[in-house]
Design a protein around this ligand. Structure first.
Ligand SMILES: [Zn+2]
Length: 160
């Protein structure tokens, strides 16, 4: 049984063009390049192996400037979430109510990423009823590429 919210126009392209895209910078560029290949990777110190996010040049633990991008399983748990309310930008208001989650990565528990839980990579932001979300619920990353936009990780529930 589908519990997703339905709409008269269920085409994700209706409003996706007006959603905000990430702003890429030199430190974070690899994160988005891997995401475009369907990989969730985390910047990791080459000296002390501590993962860090957001990406930055220097390790906050050992001050090393050497790092690499470690592959993750793409699995995590909902650490927190909110349901944004108006006022919202028009493209977001058109998809409200939706969720914004903070996901703690299973492979790097100190790393938490902000995103949205959806029914599949290309679904609308409101495709999952916020009432179904729970702190601690297992999720896995999927990757959404909007028309002309940057590929972003999103999250689907492991037990929908
Ligand atoms: Zn380090």
């Amino acid at each position: 049984m589908s519990q997703s919210v339905t709409h008269p126009t269920d085409n994700p392209a209706d409003t996706a063009d007006d959603l905000l895209f990430p702003v890429l910078d030199e430190d974070g560029a690899p994160f988005w390049e891997y995401a475009a290949r369907g990989e969730l990777r985390v910047q990791t110190c080459a000296e002390c192996t501590a993962p860090r996010f957001p990406p930055r040049p220097c390790c906050p633990h050992c001050q090393s400037f050497d790092s690499h991008w470690r592959a993750t399983s793409g699995r995590g748990r909902i650490w927190s979430f909110v349901v944004p309310h108006p006022p919202l930008l028009p493209a977001y208001a058109a998809q409200a109510p939706y969720n914004a989650v903070v996901v703690e990565l299973a492979d790097a528990p100190r790393i938490r990423l902000v995103g949205n839980v959806v029914t599949d990579a290309d679904a609308r932001l409101d495709s999952v009823d916020p009432a179904r979300l729970r702190i601690g619920a297992p999720v896995r990353a999927v990757f959404h590429t909007p028309p002309g936009g940057v590929t972003v990780p999103r999250w689907v529930l492991e037990r929908p």
